[in-house]
Design a protein around this ligand. Structure first.
Ligand SMILES: C[S@@+](CC[C@H](N)C(=O)[O-])C[C@H]1O[C@@H](n2cnc3c(N)ncnc32)[C@H](O)[C@@H]1O
Length: 245
């Protein structure tokens, strides 16, 4: 039992696994991340920017702004955000939309889309979709740019590969994919061992991003045709990749 900051108690008891055929919510999300994204009390608990910022060791705004900087102050392109993010991330993108600019957001969890709907002021150019990142419903080359903020580390390797292949498929040649996620920090980083322990315990697939480059999960036939710019943050614990098609 945890206490909300409004004083109400929040119970985080693991709900029974729903059959995935009924919900289409991937197994890994139900088994590993129910407490972060699926339980109604999880959404109530984590939808606090200070808490997300704490989890990112004070780097939320820096990483959010590093991602947003890739799209500029005025977004007049067709943009896709793959997976919801706690905090004001999507609202900030929406306020930058101009002219022909549109923003489509997909998430596989209805509760996350409902939460985002509550946070977002109605906007004619913003659309929310219930879709799995590893099997998107959009046509090829539909978007100018695609954004993935801390999604890949949550996915098992096969789903991560499929998600990246889909992001590439729906982003037009000449467009770009922006990824922000975990990265292996240098060994002398004071958080190297604590973070290893935290991730191994709570986010078991995240260690993949310490042991491999994101490039290792791209379709091999495309990898050599892409330009990839990588920047690391906070002693290497986080990375931003900009993949140009
Ligand atoms: C983007 S990630 C983590 C973001 C970050 N930790 C934050 O501050 O919110 C979390 C979201 O990814 C979604 N998600 C996970 N796997 C997905 C998938 N295969 N397809 C679509 N959405 C997915 C979850 O439902 C959740 O809303």
């Amino acid at each position: 039992m945890k206490n909300n900051n409004d004083g109400t108690a929040v119970a985080l008891t693991r709900p029974p696994l729903a059959p995935s055929r009924e919900t289409d919510i991937p197994d890994y999300l139900q088994r590993v991340y129910w407490w972060a994204y699926l339980h109604p009390n999880a959404v109530r608990l984590f939808e606090r920017e200070w808490l997300v910022n704490l989890i990112l060791w004070g780097n939320f705004a820096r990483l959010r702004d590093a991602a947003l900087a890739e799209f500029g102050d005025h977004i007049d392109q067709q943009m896709l955000q793959i997976a919801c993010v706690y905090g004001d991330f999507t609202q900030r993108i929406a306020t930058r939309l101009q002219g022909e600019g549109t923003l489509d957001i997909v998430d596989v969890a209805p509760i996350q889309l409902d939460n985002l709907r509550r946070k977002l002021p109605p906007h004619p150019a913003v659309r929310l979709h219930l879709q799995d990142a590893s099997a998107l419903h959009f046509p090829d080359a539909h978007f100018d740019s695609t954004l993935l903020f801390f999604l890949l580390h949550e996915q098992p390797a096969a789903v991560r590969r499929a998600t990246l292949a889909e992001a590439l498929r729906v982003t037009r040649p000449g467009g770009k994919i922006v990824i922000v996620d975990y990265h292996r920090p240098r060994r002398s980083h004071p958080l190297h061992f604590p973070m290893q322990l935290i991730l191994r315990t709570l986010e078991p697939f995240a260690i993949d991003l310490w042991q491999h480059e994101v490039q290792d999960y791209l379709p091999p036939e495309l990898a050599s045709t892409l330009r990839i710019d990588k920047q690391t943050y906070f002693g290497g614990l986080y990375q931003k990749l900009v993949i140009s098609r």
